[in-house]
Design a protein around this ligand. Sequence first.
Ligand code: NAD
Length: 258
Amino acid sequence: MTNLQGKTALITGSTSGIGLGIALTLAEAGANIVLNGFGDVDAALAAIEAAGARAVHHPADMRRPDEIEAMVALARERFGGVDILVNNAGIQHVAPIEAFPVDKWDDILAINLTSSFHTSRLVLPEMRARNWGRIVNIASVHGLVGSTGKAAYVAAKHGLVGLTKVTALETARTGVTCNAICPGFVLTPLVAQQIADIAARDGITTEAAQARLLSDKQPSGQFVTPKQLGNLVLMLCSPFGDEVRGAAWAADGGWTAQ
Ligand code: NAD
């Protein structure tokens, strides 16, 4: 198993869902954890500490560069810097382009894309100085293909895959790597809302709405799990990941193989 003792991981948007799953996996491997997000902070901190890791939470709003700077400064002050950066915070809104609320577009671009530029620019100097670092951008299948109603999300996630490639190229001759993971549907609060919307729209049960969501896109018919994604991040943090650079790794039950 990969040993991350002495390393520090900052995971944005890690009070629930995929971010919390990744934080738990990295905590179990021994990393110090910097949590971020607006969910149940006490429960998330307790879960990380139960895994035996040191943890701190910073409430930075990923739309605010000054707050992102304060979060990275806290990681430096508490643990001496960030070795592993997981850019995971994200939101969703579903509407056709002509009805897409402008403020939602701005928020999705800021949280799902621009915040990763800010965190990356802030941690790269210390990663270069140590000649080791891992940046993992949690993109989506929607960083690789489109779907109707998700203009802002698809644009942001395609942008994040592009940022991943440039970051990987600019660090290619160092011990710092940058990759994207592109999940299909994972059963988290972000997707629960879409399931509730389908159930209400089509007058069907939650279970039937889940099955409909998956059967439309995901050939396996199964949700991807936060634990599976946490273990992919762990692999990228291991020596096996040393020469994985600029990849957009699908974990999508076959969605993008179609
Ligand atoms: P989630 O809603 O469970 O978690 C999102 C996290 O981001 C929470 O901790 C939330 O508090 C935080 N957050 C939201 N707005 C924020 C802001 N302004 N500043 C800081 N934190 C903020 O969602 P999730 O499904 O776990 O999604 C995590 C990531 O995975 C997102 O980037 C999402 O696009 C991506 N993703 C999710 C799925 C899926 O099916 N759930 C699939 C592919 C990609």
